[in-house]
Design a protein. Structure first.
Length: 337
């Protein structure tokens, strides 16, 4: 008899419950209204969140909202991380939407986690993409209201070329060959660190990408400081390198190998004092270069770089012991080589 009546699927029911759950939370806690997109027209966006002031005046600002509801979304990762997954066909839609898009994971116990869709923070696989959420993404009025109000994004550049570049790079990370990055000379001359920062963000968008990226990065700088001048002696390069170091990238994690690493040597040399010296070799006095530094300089360099890996420890990619081991390997390789 039931075959002649329409049936609501479990997936549809969860979708309705999840939407109502999030809608009610925003209405009661934020005094914001979530307007549902009609079924069949929700191409990756369940509804649009209308933002109001404290005096209940509509601001005209909206956020696209995509909701995932249910315990299953919190049990999929054996690593303990939360991941929001979506279809590749929605990426361009989110990226070019006039309303910024937020992604929501809601648990039946009342917890709601959210994150703004950022193209720079997704991992792309065949037909799917995903982004990582952490405990800091918990949705509360006190922590989240101002962040949600401030969100505004417009796509820039050639999105299709950027998509292809990011997809190819992340596919390389999932392989086994070295991961190469070449710093253009223009970046060094112009003091631009956007390229190298975006590269690092791309290969570390999720924990799933971070793990295979360990120890496989090789960086080369396409900048010629001139004859008889090393990179770490050039003022232009040193100014650029100082800007890169402000990003506190964990080079030991990405570059530390059981062998000589050119970029780590450059990092060390650029971080301590360099001086020319005259030495005696094969019966001839020759002028060469010598790394001159205090023990405190060396200690500071290694402590800073090991300390940067704490973020990876916090994300669950490394244990504290693993971070210390990586630092020791880098220390031994640099001093021996």
């Amino acid at each position: 008899m039931s075959r002649i009546y329409p049936r609501l699927t479990t997936s549809q029911l969860n979708g309705l419950v999840g939407y109502a759950f999030v809608d009610l939370y925003f209405l009661k806690t934020f005094n914001w209204v979530l307007t549902r997109v009609p079924e069949g027209q929700d191409n990756g966006i369940d509804g649009y969140l209308q933002l109001y002031t404290d005096d209940l005046i509509q601001t005209g600002r909206t956020l696209g909202v995509q909701v995932r509801y249910g315990e299953s979304y919190f049990d999929r990762s054996p690593e303990g991380s939360l991941y929001f997954e979506g279809a590749v066909r929605h990426i361009g839609y989110y990226q070019h939407s006039t309303s910024p898009v937020i992604l929501i994971l809601a648990h039946p116990d009342g917890r709601i986690y959210w994150k703004k869709f950022e193209f720079s923070e997704i991992e792309i696989t065949m037909g799917k993409w995903r982004t990582e959420l952490t405990a800091s993404n918990l949705l509360t009025f006190e922590k989240s209201r101002q962040d949600l109000i401030a969100i505004a994004a417009r796509p820039s550049g050639n999105f299709h070329l950027e998509f292809q570049r990011r997809y190819a790079l992340q596919a390389q990370v999932r392989g086994s060959d070295p991961i190469y990055h070449i710093v253009p000379a223009d970046d060094v001359v112009n003091g631009s660190v956007d390229g190298i920062e975006d590269f690092i963000n791309t290969i570390s968008a999720t924990k799933h990408l971070l793990k295979p990226a360990m120890g496989r990065l090789e960086i080369y700088v396409d900048y010629d400081p001139g004859p008889n001048i090393e990179l770490y002696e050039d003022e232009t390069f040193l100014r650029w390198f100082a800007l890169v170091e402000e990003r506190r990238i964990p080079w030991f994690y990405f570059c530390s190998k059981e062998r000589y690493d050119t970029w780590l040597v450059i990092c060390l040399a650029a971080s301590i004092r360099i001086q020319s010296s005259t030495f005696y070799q094969d019966g001839v006095f020759e002028t060469g270069r010598k790394l001159a530094f205090e023990h405190s300089d060396l200690k500071r360099f290694f402590f800073e770089n090991v300390n940067r890996m704490q973020l990876l420890v916090d994300r669950g990619v490394l244990s504290t012991d693993e971070a210390v081991h990586i630092g020791r390997v880098a220390h031994d390789r640099l001093l021996i080589d």
